[in-house]
Design a protein around this ligand. Structure first.
Ligand code: GAR
Length: 193
C-alpha cells in the first residue's frame, strides 16, 4: 500500500482535494494509494472535521505542549510513522520543521506554497506579490528540504493578478489552482515510487 499522511493547521481545503482525488481515481485505489491519516498541530483546525467525516484517522499534536521544536518534531515523526507513509504531505501546515525531521522523511515530504517559487518564500505572499506590482502570481508544489520553501519544484500553476485585487481575492484565485495541482502532483509522485 501507498499511504499518504497529510499535515494541516487550518482549513484543510488542499487536504480535502487530495482525499477526494485519491478516492475518485480508480487507478489510485488499484495502486493502493490512500490517505491514511490527517494530523494537525491545532485542535481548532477546521479540516479535522472533514477528515473525521470521511472516516480518516486524525490526531492533534499541540506544538505548545512540547518544550522545544525538536521535541514536537520527534513526537510528530512518531505519529506519522505509525501510519507507514509512502508520502508525507504538508497542506497549510504552518510550522517550520527541524532539519532532523526533514532528513528523516527525505524524498517523501512535499509542500504547497502560495507563490511562484523562488519568489516570495515565507508568509504574506499575496500582499507581497500585489505590492511588487506582479502581473502574475500562483502556487508551487515542491519537495521539502531543510531550507524553508526551497527544494525541487514538482509543479506550478499561474494566475493573473487583476486590477483591484486584494490579498483575499488573489488568495482565492490561487487556492482554486492549488486544488488542481496538488492532488495531481501527489498522485504522480506516488506512482513514481
Ligand atoms: C494554502 O494557500 C497553502 O498554500 C498555504 O496555506 C493555505 C492553506 O489552505 N500554505 C502556506 O502558506 C505554507 N507556508 P488550506 O488549509 O485550505 O489547504
Amino acid at each position: 500500500s501507498k499511504n499518504i499522511v497529510i499535515l494541516i493547521s487550518g482549513g484543510g481545503s488542499n487536504m480535502a482535494a487530495i482525499v477526494r482525488a485519491a478516492r475518485q481515481q480508480d487507478w489510485a485505489g488499484r495502486h493502493g494509494i490512500r490517505v491514511a491519516a490527517v494530523l494537525s498541530n491545532r485542535e481548532a483546525a477546521a479540516g479535522l472535521a472533514f477528515a473525521r467525516e470521511q472516516g480518516i484517522a486524525t490526531e492533534v499534536l499541540d506544538h505548545k505542549a512540547y518544550p522545544s521544536r525538536e521535541a514536537f518534531d520527534a513526537a510528530l515523526a512518531q505519529a506519522i510513522i505509525a501510519h507507514d507513509p509512502a508520502l508525507v504531505v504538508l497542506a497549510g501546515f504552518m510550522r517550520i520543521l527541524t532539519p532532523a525531521f526533514v532528513e528523516r522523511f527525505a524524498g517523501r515530504l512535499v509542500n504547497i506554497h502560495p507563490s511562484l517559487l523562488p519568489a516570495f518564500t515565507g508568509l504574506d505572499t499575496h500582499q507581497r506579490a500585489i505590492d511588487a506590482g506582479c502581473r502574475f502570481a500562483g502556487c508551487t508544489v515542491h519537495e521539502v528540504t531543510a531550507e524553508l520553501d526551497v527544494g525541487p519544484i514538482l509543479d506550478q500553476a499561474v494566475v493573473p493578478v487583476l486590477p483591484g485585487d486584494t490579498a483575499q481575492t488573489l488568495a482565492a484565485r490561487v487556492l482554486a489552482q492549488e486544488h488542481v495541482i496538488y492532488p495531481r502532483a501527489v498522485l504522480a509522485h506516488l506512482l513514481q515510487k
